[in-house]
Design a protein around this ligand. Structure first.
Ligand code: MLT
Length: 321
């Protein structure tokens, strides 16, 4: 009897709770260490989103296992709109291909909110690495073999899957050095303790401009306005083009009115000139209106899951030969 009453109560209370949402601060789980690209994008979009919803969105960094630890925790959170997450092409596109016992299904265990930013990928290295350009870097990487140290943010991270893809294209087999995020990895690269990585532009653009690390190429068909002097892999003749994306999700079962409020706040943030300028300054790509909706994000996740599984299985098999 009690359960029926509780169910009736929850049915009658839920819409009222959703209409009044939010009445307290919201936690956004960022599944990597502070200071990396996912964290950077989260904090930039959260600033305006917080103003729109009238409550602070507070980042909680929960690192580990290429981002899947934090996402699994967020997926299991109470679906009341007070725990959301910043996921990306790794956590919601590649992870199932790499984690047979993944604790969540990217296509069914979330209420998508929207795409926050596209992030082109760069091949970057410590500034003391002898190679002057991409051609010399490829020769160096092949000659170094496993003596080369390749940084990444854990299995299934963007830096991992784009790095595995690069190594399979180059036919190189470096020693992979895991970090809790490419923020800490970048610190080690600046101090010369790790050789190279593939990372999202928003994380490395300042260090490339400052000459603290080298950028051999950007994996795009056209150069980025944020780094006009960095050549593309296409103009250098390397068949390696890949970009990542970061997106906001809530746990499955989050009330539709709450999802709508968060999606509206994200949309307004991406229309806010200051937010746009900050993302563009770092080389981020602003999603167009049609690409920001929860429905568009659901379609993106489904297409990315289908895309990355065969790519990674082939690249991982190549790495084992
Ligand atoms: C990754 O997937 O490599 C992460 O985005 C790195 C990070 O955000 O620290």
């Amino acid at each position: 009897m009690l359960t029926a009453v509780a169910a009736l109560l929850s049915l009658s209370i839920a819409p009222a709770l959703a209409q009044n949402y939010p009445t307290k601060s919201v936690t956004m789980i960022v599944p990597f260490a502070a200071g990396g690209p996912t964290d950077i994008i989260a904090r930039i979009v959260n600033e305006h989103m917080s103003r729109v919803i009238g409550q602070q969105i507070i980042v909680e960094n929960v690192a580990g296992a290429g981002g899947t630890t934090g996402i699994a925790r967020a997926a299991a959170a109470t679906p009341d709109g007070y725990t959301i997450m910043m996921g990306h092409m790794g956590t919601h596109g590649a992870a199932p291909a790499l984690y047979p016992n993944l604790k969540y299904n990217p296509a069914t265990d979330f209420a998508p909110i929207g795409l926050a930013a596209g992030t082109p990928i760069l091949i970057v290295a410590r500034k003391t690495l002898p190679a002057k350009d991409l051609k010399e870097f490829i020769a160096w990487a092949k000659a170094e073999g496993e003596k080369a140290n390749h940084a990444y943010a854990g299995v299934g991270s963007v830096s991992h899957i784009t790095g595995v893809l690069l190594n399979s294209v180059l036919g190189t087999k470096p020693t992979m050095i895991p970090y809790t995020g490419t923020g800490p990895a970048l610190n080690d690269m600046i101090s010369g303790q790790v050789d190279y990585m593939t990372d999202q532009i928003v994380n490395v653009v300042a260090q490339v401009r400052g000459g603290n690390i080298k950028a051999y190429a950007i994996a795009l068909p056209e150069r980025s306005p944020a780094l006009p002097d960095v050549p593309t892999t296409k103009e250098l003749g390397l068949d390696y083009q890949v970009s990542a994306w970061n997106a906001i999700f809530a746990p499955k079962g989050t009330p539709p009115a709450v999802v709508a409020k968060l999606a509206d706040a994200l949309d307004k943030a991406l229309d806010d000139q200051k937010t746009k300028d900050r993302l563009l300054e770092l080389g981020g790509v602003i999603p167009d209106k049609a690409g920001r909706t929860p429905e568009a994000l659901q379609k993106l996740v489904e297409s990315e899951l289908a895309r990355w599984t065969p790519v990674l299985k082939a690249a991982m098999a190549a790495g084992k030969k």
